[in-house]
Write a protein that binds this ligand. Structure first.
Ligand SMILES: *Cc1c(COP(=O)(O)O)cnc(C)c1O
Length: 457
């Protein structure tokens, strides 16, 4: 659609666009394509909407890439940052501490699965994963089992973009170019019933058998299994069959392999419970969280672990068991302060109840989309949904990469006032968790229309 329309010269948008093109390199963006487009330039936000410099409002249909919880420009969150700012913005956590970092650590230990007793801060999901991997690796070393030095991860997994996180990742388009740079890992299949020739239960069993064989064969060399619990996010919003996570936990225990759950996307209510692990009462050895932790405001991430793992690092300086890892902004006060306010709002707004209600609402509200002739499957846990588009519904024939079907649908949705991003042929839908039924409904109406117009032309 009319992507080359002239931008009126001399406007604020035109000036900013010029400078974007000249100075900015955007992430996960083909800049050659971007240079020809007229991208949104956001100026402010209001609840579930983003407003661009031209004053046009859009629904934030992917919560600014899976982050936003209580909406944009929330007074309570703004106030928390301002109040902290009046005291101090940042001081280090290396060899000393600060008030909100301590208070937040206590709160997190109380709301995360039982057994997780220590909090290690960082600034992004990828870093929280790096930290989890290093902790697990060193834990076995300190315990006198250095041969447990490799990791088991899932095919098609996404754990972030730093080199360690990419090593346990498995999305070919993002990751395979870096192959020679990565440390080797063992891989098993994440269950994907829609693409499995058999029932969901057979799919789950097939994957569990593969996992058990791998653990039998290599378990004594594996430090830990890292997994995206309940939903494999960037891999295409692929939802685990019920009970799969619990069985995975059981197998890890049986073969003495640590369980690392990457809750960067699923944590903080996204899938309907505070953490995805809660749904099946899974108690990981290490849990990573980020995205929703500050309500989508500031970059804070955490890696939580058990006392047993923490204690393996204790010793005299001379024993060199110190965990030599940290970042300049680890435990940043502004971030921790807004994370605390985020948790307060979870309680005040009874947000988990609200998410449960949204969950049942979406169950019916998604039907018209499911019925579209090029929608193969809608996969969803709570407010984390993916709509897989297919060329032929009965045969489940995928669209080819060149057709850019996901990109085209999202482009149309944007014109209609909804922002989201595709993962290949899967359209993601992860609105801010606070979205009302009316707002959800308005967003899905746009999504429905965009899919229909682009796929049924
Ligand atoms: C987004 C994401 C990450 C990476 O988090 P960043 O903050 O972008 O580094 C890691 N794991 C999962 C499951 C994610 O969805």
């Amino acid at each position: 659609m009319n992507r080359q329309a002239a931008v009126p010269a001399g406007t604020r948008y035109a000036e900013l666009l010029e400078k974007n093109r000249r100075y900015l390199w955007n992430p996960f963006t083909q800049m050659q394509e971007y240079l020809r487009e007229e991208p949104l330039i956001i100026e402010r936000g209001e609840g579930v909407r983003l407003i661009d410099v031209n004053g046009r409002a859009y629904y934030d249909g992917n919560a600014s890439v899976w982050l936003n919880v209580h909406g944009h420009n929330r007074k309570e969150l703004n106030d928390a940052i301002q109040e902290q700012l009046g005291k101090i913005a940042h001081s280090t956590l290396l060899g000393m501490a600060n008030v909100p970092a301590i208070e937040l650590a206590e709160r997190l230990v109380h709301i995360t699965p039982e057994g997780l007793e220590k909090v290690f801060y960082s600034d992004s999901g990828a870093e929280s994963v790096e930290i989890g991997l290093k902790m697990a690796f060193l834990y076995w070393k300190h315990r006198g089992r250095p041969e447990k030095n490799t990791f088991l991860s899932m095919k098609n997994a996404y754990h972030g973009d730093t080199v360690g996180a990419v090593s346990v990742g498995g999305i070919d388009v993002f990751h395979s170019a870096f192959d020679s740079l990565l440390f080797p890992t063992e891989k098993v299949t994440y269950p994907h019933p829609y693409r499995f020739p058999g029932t969901e239960a057979e799919c789950a069993q097939h994957c569990l058998d593969e996992l058990e064989r791998k653990l039998q064969e290599k378990g004594d060399r594996i430090a830990g299994l890292i997994v995206e619990p309940l939903v494999q996010g960037a891999g295409g919003i692929i939802t685990m069959p019920d009970g799969f996570l619990k069985e995975t936990e059981r197998l890890c225990r049986q073969y003495d392999v640590l369980l690392l759950t990457d809750e960067v996307a699923t944590g903080f209510g996204r899938t309907g419970t505070m953490f995805a692990c809660d749904r099946e009462g899974v108690k990981p050895d290490i849990l990573m969280a980020a995205k929703g932790i500050t309500g989508g405001y500031l970059p804070i991430a955490v890696t939580l672990t058990k006392d047993e793992i923490y204690e393996a690092f204790l010793g005299d300086y001379a024993e060199v068991k110190t965990f030599f890892h940290g970042h300049s902004y680890t435990g940043n006060q502004l971030g921790c302060a807004v994370a605390l306010a985020n948790l307060d709002l979870f309680e005040q707004e009874r947000l988990l109840d609200h998410i449960q209600e949204s969950d049942s609402f979406l169950h019916t509200a998604f039907r018209p989309i499911e019925d579209l002739s090029h929608v193969g499957e809608v996969r969803r846990r709570g407010l984390m949904a993916g709509v897989e588009l297919v060329k032929d519904k009965d045969e489940k024939t995928p669209y080819s990469y060149e057709e850019l079907i996901g990109v085209r649908v999202c482009r149309r949705a944007k014109e209609l006032g909804l922002i989201t991003r595709p993962l290949g042929n899967v359209i993601t839908f992860l609105p801010p968790l606070c979205a009302t039924q009316e707002e959800l409904s308005a967003m899905l109406t746009i999504l429905h229309r965009a899919i229909r117009e682009v796929t049924e032309r």
